[in-house]
Design a protein around this ligand. Structure first.
Ligand code: SF4
Length: 955
């Protein structure tokens, strides 16, 4: 039995200042003497500290840090030292459960998996695989995610797969893709050992990654301490340590970052040769941020000019800089736009790809990096580009499947959209693994309503009964960390192996074994009739992943279980070029942006509209990084007279996610037992609220209650931690996400947890209004929505609607081309081409009949109504021709959009004949539009010419 330090009261431990290097300090907490120790890493935040698990008589009895691990040099934080206790919790799930007569009852694995497979087949047969969705986690192992990704993408072929990483790191991945071409952190933690300056933007590292904060504090207490700039609306522990703390009003990060970029550019503290040789877009960035003078930044964000200038002085003059970003950027207004401004800062200063320099777009969840790289979050495995046919072909070869089964006809479905499809009834089965959306997603009343729909079959795979598993149709008991073998990767690309130390309780199985069992029962096959999933254990899955990752940025091909077990953490890429792993990406300033290699062709940061492959290739940056500019736009919801406070949510140091694990450690729970509502001193005084008084916090979506903590937030701001739900206390509503808004970043699709308008009311006693009331309300609403869905089921045949509309449109287009040809027969090219296009549309109408015979037709005459409202008024002469071409363009656009939509449907249905038809005829319709556009441009100046001598009269 050993407890080397009190991590609850001394969270970051004694300082061990740097002298040349970060010294070892082995933190240990065991409750008995270990029989043996098993190599692993901590899975309670994205830092990924190396640990050994202490085992006695088949039980986990503690942990100690691994001194040779570059991530933590033996140190562990409070969650790492205590969180393992969840493994031994007496309320672990030990057998599957199946809902019958409204109640979850114990079942055998055979019964549960038979039901899951049977239901899957029934849904695929009736509605296709796009009626099945997966919502996974940031806490499984790489081998489990990869297996799930192959099942979803090459077994079923559904685009609906995402992780709860959408809530924490979607913006990290997206910001890296937008700037550098692919995901992958440019910097390493070791850069903190030598850097001269650190910038944390919306990253409360002291509470989010306590061991990383120890490393920073040790640098700060040693010789040559780095300067520290923190941007965060709250006065967090991290902010209190800063040399300069900028506290912007919620949602104004882009204004502040633009202001900093502007000051640095104006003062000439940039690296012009790096910008010229290694980036694109500088001029537009310079012109955009030039609008953000300090005075304007102050007006919008509340950040005083002197402070902004003080921060710019540090960031503009330092010779090395590590910038990090987390939820204060990712979960709020303009998330991706703000995150890329941080990339821009390092780029314009040329401070990337070398020691002491780089960007850490941090992860929140411990294995979020693996969710992203393996394809379990919707991206394709190995950071491949869904819009690049060569990448799809590569994957099809690796898996030996037809490329058509891999869903790549549209962007993968993000989590918020998956839940929306569940809400509207087009997803009929949702498989949730190792996460708890009934507490962690925004607008919880809505999420409960969705999960309770009878038309949705919900599978939950978890180690405990959670608020989500309570609503499931099938619950599958899962093994935890320490009870299974696998690898996971932290936020600085360090891969650790975690060996199985003990057996899982009862009949609980590893997530990998559950997915393998499902694949077997579904009998997924490759092109040659062999099993699609060719592995049967974690090491074989890892070997399969190595093949998939080879040649991509996250290359694991040089790793093996043996090698990972010999050392303590290897950073990817690890291959022939980097046999011991790679500390820095982008050394030499070549980025992953080449058109044939990049993961993404980029987006409009304001709207999320995608850049097409053609647009990207036309301006192929060939390895230069993008400096994307973005102007500030205010959030959609802001305080008003009814809801006068800004709400922001976040974490506390002792808990992780929804406390499923940390809430089961006595010490962690006692250190942070309940929700609280943090208010500014003056706001509390005006509302006559004292520390500890109970208040009700209400938004337009719901309400919670909690005791007040005073200080540490800006005026008119309220902070509520998001960890608390109802599994251990359902006596009153306390989940912060009862209040949050259903909105997301247009580019990364990460929900906006960090701003909402709320009001505060003091209540006179400890609250008793139970969340069960909320749940009952949700159930009532669920009845209503269920009856709506049931009614809709009978009438929903939207493919028939679309086919009917398209046939009507093609008929009208043929007739319109005919009329225009006749009206303008004195224009030879018009006559000839319109007659040609008349025949084209007649053939299109004819071709549709075959698919109408299969999928039906519903005629609503929408195209007829559009056509009737067009082609009005006199149509002779040059202007008449212009109007006719204009109207033809609108009508053909109606058909073009319908072909595009039907093509997606045909791909989801895997109807090859229908796919070929939609592709060919859609292209022909696009040909009609292209000609009309060309001819319109040609006709315009002739038709609209005026007597220029009269131009003055119009002025
Ligand atoms: S910093 Fe994170 S990974 Fe390290 S011990 Fe703490 S919770 Fe675990």
């Amino acid at each position: 039995m050993s407890y080397t330090r009190d991590s609850i009261n001394q969270i970051w431990g004694e300082r061990t200042p740097y002298f040349e290097e970060w010294s070892e300090r082995i933190d240990e907490r065991t409750i008995d003497t270990a029989d043996h120790w098993v190599q692993s890493a901590c899975i309670l935040c994205s830092n990924g500290c190396g640990v050994d698990i202490a085992v006695k008589e088949g039980r986990v009895i503690g942990v100690r840090g691994r001194g040779d691990d570059h991530v933590n040099k033996g140190r562990l934080g409070p969650k790492g030292l205590h969180g393992w206790e969840a493994n031994n919790s007496s309320d672990r799930l030990t057998s599957p459960l199946i809902r019958s007569d409204g109640k979850l009852r114990p079942a055998t694995w055979i019964e549960a998996m038979n039901l899951v497979a049977e239901k899957s087949r029934e849904i695929v047969n009736k509605h296709s695989a796009v009626a099945i969705g997966f919502y996974t986690s940031g806490q499984l192992f790489l081998e489990e995610y990869y297996t799930l990704a192959v099942i979803g993408k090459a077994g079923l072929g559904t685009p609906h797969m995402d992780g709860n990483t959408r809530l924490c790191t979607a913006t990290a991945g997206q910001a890296l893709k937008e700037t550098f071409g692919t995901d992958g952190q440019p910097a390493s933690y070791s850069d903190l050992d030598t850097t001269e300056a650190i910038l944390h933007v919306g990253h409360n590292v002291a509470e989010a990654q306590t061991v990383l904060w120890s490393r920073i504090l040790d640098r700060r207490r040693g010789p040559h301490p780095p300067k520290l700039v923190v941007i965060d609306p709250r006065e967090t522990v991290t902010a209190k340590e800063a040399d300069v703390h900028l506290a912007p009003i919620l949602g104004t990060n882009v204004a502040v970052l633009n202001g900093l970029l502007n000051l640095i550019i104006e003062s000439g503290q940039i690296d012009p040769s790096f910008i010229d040789e290694h980036t694109v877009g500088f001029e537009f960035l310079r012109d955009t941020v030039a609008l953000w003078k300090p005075k304007r930044v102050e007006e919008v964000s509340g950040v005083p000019t002197e402070k902004l200038k003080a921060a710019a002085d540090i960031l503009g003059s330092t010779k090395s800089l590590v910038s990090s970003v987390l939820q204060g950027v990712y979960q709020t207004n303009q998330a991706t736009a703000a995150a890329v401004q941080v990339n821009n800062l390092n780029l314009i200063r040329g401070l990337i790809g070398k020691h002491g320099c780089g960007v850490l777009q941090m992860n929140g969840q411990p294995t979020a990096q693996n969710t992203r790289e393996s394809g379990a979050n919707g991206d394709l495995p190995g950071f491949r580009n869904w819009d690049n046919p060569a990448h799809i072909s590569e994957l099809a070869n690796i898996w030996n499947v037809d490329p058509g089964i891999i869903p790549h006809w549209a962007p993968p479905t993000h989590a918020m959209q998956i839940f929306r499809y569940c809400e509207t009834g087009s997803i009929r089965m949702l498989w949730i693994s190792a996460t708890n959306p009934a507490v962690s997603l925004p607008d919880l009343a809505r999420i409960r309503r969705i999960l309770q729909q009878e038309s949705l079959f919900v599978i939950v795979q978890d180690a405990f009964m959670t608020e989500t598993s309570e609503l499931a149709d099938v619950v599958l008991p899962a093994a935890l960390w320490g009870e299974k073998t696998g690898c996971f990767t932290n936020a600085d690309r360090t891969v650790h192996i975690s060996h199985k130390a003990v057996e899982p309780p009862g009949e609980a199985k590893s997530d990998l074994d559950i997915f393998l069992e499902y694949a077997k029962r579904m009998d997924f096959r490759d092109k040659d009739g062999g099993p699609l999933i060719k592995w049967s254990n974690a090491e074989e899955a890892f070997e399969a992943w190595k093949v998939c990752s080879r040649g991509r940025p996250c290359d694991y091909s040089g790793m093996s279980y043996e090698k990972l077990s010999r050392v303590s953490g290897i950073q990817w890429p690890c291959n022939e070029k980097y046999p011991d792993g790679c500390e820095h990406l982008y050394v030499g300033g070549t980025f992953n942006t080449a058109a044939d290699y990049c993961e993404d062709y980029g987006h409009d940061l304001r709207t999320g509209a995608m850049r097409t492959p053609e647009q990207y290739k036309a301006n192929d940056p060939r390895g230069r990084a993008f400096l994307h500019a973005a102007d500030y736009e205010p959030p959609h919801e802001s305080p008003d007279k009814d809801y006068p406070f800004w709400l922001t949510t976040g974490r506390v140091v002792y808990h992780f996610h929804t406390r499923t694990k940390t809430g089961r450690s006595k010490e962690l729970n006692e250190a942070a037992p309940d929700v609280f509502v943090q208010l500014h001193e003056q706001d509390a005084s005006e509302l006559e609220i004292a520390e500890g008084d109970f208040v009700r916090v209400e938004s337009r979506r719901g309400s919670i209650m909690g005791p007040v903590g005073i200080g540490g937030v800006l005026r008119n701001h309220v902070f509520v931690p998001f960890h608390y739900g109802y599994w251990d206390d359902d006596s009153y509503a306390r989940a912060a996400n009862e209040l949050t808004i259903t909105e997301w970043d247009p580019v990364s699709k990460q929900p906006h947890f960090k701003y909402a308008a709320v009001r505060i009311t003091k209540i006179n006693s400890h609250p008793t209004a139970s969340p069960n009331q909320l749940i009952e309300e949700a159930q009532t609403r669920s009845e209503e929505s269920r009856s709506l869905i049931d009614k809709r089921d009978e009438s929903e045949k939207h493919i028939a609607d679309s086919l009917g509309m398209l046939r009507d449109a093609e008929r009208k287009i043929a007739s319109a081309f005919k009329s225009v040809a006749e009206r303008h027969s004195d224009e030879p090219d018009i006559l000839q081409t319109c007659q040609r296009f008349e025949r084209v549309s007649q053939v299109h109408e004819e071709s549709l009949k075959r698919f109408i015979s299969i999928y039906g037709e519903a005629v609503e005459h929408e195209a007829s109504r559009v056509s009737n409202s067009l082609f009005q008024g006199p149509r002779s002469g040059g202007y008449g021709l212009l109007r006719d071409l204009h109207d033809l363009y609108l009508l053909t656009t109606e058909a073009y959009l319908a072909w595009m939509v039907l093509l997606q449907t045909a791909q989801a249905l895997r109807d090859k004949e229908f796919i070929a038809c939609c592709t060919k005829l859609g292209d022909e319709t696009e040909g009609q539009r292209a000609w009309l556009q060309t001819r319109l441009k040609q006709a315009a100046p002739q038709a609209l010419l005026i007597d220029t001598s009269e131009r003055q009269n119009f002025k």
